[in-house]
Write a protein that binds this ligand. Structure first.
Ligand SMILES: NC(=O)c1ccc[n+]([C@@H]2O[C@H](COP(=O)([O-])OP(=O)(O)OC[C@H]3O[C@@H](n4cnc5c(N)ncnc54)[C@H](OP(=O)(O)O)[C@@H]3O)[C@@H](O)[C@H]2O)c1
Length: 272
């Protein structure tokens, strides 16, 4: 599945090197979707170093390795096998987090796929997959998590809660050859801003992170001809590492209660 990626990074990201001396998220729990690789794995490791983390994805071998890494550093991690395109599994991931770790303060809606190529003659199954994971999966998790986030903001140790939705530069700028990926990520931006306005007064912060090219497995799921086109487009650019984006996510959720970072657009320096 991962071979042929232009930004191949097949190793699961390690947890943060050590737990920081001061832990701004102490006593809180974060759920990260798509925690088995790339940005999600790096973010889960980083958030677990500050508090506790629940790791959701389909590949449990990856999640178990990451959880062992986190636990080896004295952190807390819960492995959740979950295909978030199934509403019941998405809801169960949230419920198990709350039942087994006691609460939910932070949701990182990170799981996603990017299947590019021209609209004309595109396989419909690729569009269905992107909408099911990037849009519906995110909505199922958001819907299940919101009551818990609102409760955490009211009664939790920090009196604030966070939903961080991972969009993309593709959620800001539409380009030929990526129409449905653009659609899903623009949709996440619109949903996030609307929800932000609804719940920010109750101290649930809704944030949008829009990464540019990052070295993960994401591109590797594309058809060979699409990968070839992508290779020619990104040649010579030093991509970001998953940890660079995880840093942005950790920055957002560790702000004090009165500060909401609504949006971070983060690109490799050389990306136009
Ligand atoms: N890499 C980039 O250049 C880049 C740029 C902009 C935005 N992003 C966004 O960043 C997010 C993370 O991507 P990444 O780059 O870290 O790619 P990645 O390494 O491919 O990670 C994607 C994650 O999503 C999970 N996932 C896929 N389908 C799922 C499903 N049905 N249910 C649950 N989990 C599922 C995968 O886990 P399993 O396969 O184990 O389920 C994996 O952990 C995505 O939303 C992507 O659009 C990435």
């Amino acid at each position: 599945m991962t071979s042929g990626s232009i930004f191949d990074e097949t190793r699961t990201a390690p947890a943060a090197d050590a737990r920081p001396a001061t832990r701004p998220l102490a006593g809180t729990v974060a759920l990260v979707t798509g925690a088995s690789s790339g940005i999600g794995a790096a973010s889960a490791g980083m958030l677990a170093a500050h508090g506790a983390a629940a790791l959701a994805a389909r590949r449990t071998d990856r999640l178990t390795a990451l959880a062992a890494d986190i636990q080896g550093q004295g952190g807390t991690a819960l492995v959740l096998e979950s295909d978030i395109t199934d509403e019941r599994q998405a809801t169960a991931a949230v419920d198990r987090t709350v039942n087994e770790l006691g609460r939910l303060d932070t949701l990182v809606n990170n799981a996603g796929v990017m299947l590019l190529g021209p609209v004309v003659d595109a396989p419909l199954s690729e569009w269905q997959r992107m909408v099911e994971i990037n849009v519906l999966g995110l909505l199922y998790c958001a819907h299940a998590a919101l009551p818990h986030l609102l409760r955490a903001a009211e009664t939790g140790p920090r009196r604030v809660a966070d939903m961080v939705n991972i969009s993309s530069v593709a959620g800001r700028v539409a380009r030929g050859g990526r129409g449905v990926y653009n659609l899903t990520k623009h949709g996440i931006g619109a949903f996030s801003e609307s929800l932000r306005q609804e719940v920010t007064g109750r101290h649930v912060r809704v944030s949008l992170v829009e990464p540019g090219a990052t070295a993960t497995e994401l591109a590797g799921h594309n058809r060979a001809e699409v990968l070839e086109t992508m290779r020619t487009q990104v040649t010579g650019i030093e991509p970001m590492q998953a940890k660079d984006v995880a840093d942005a996510i950790a920055y957002i959720v560790t702000r004090p209660r009165h500060v909401a970072v609504n949006e971070i657009l983060i690109r490799p320096t050389e990306q136009e």
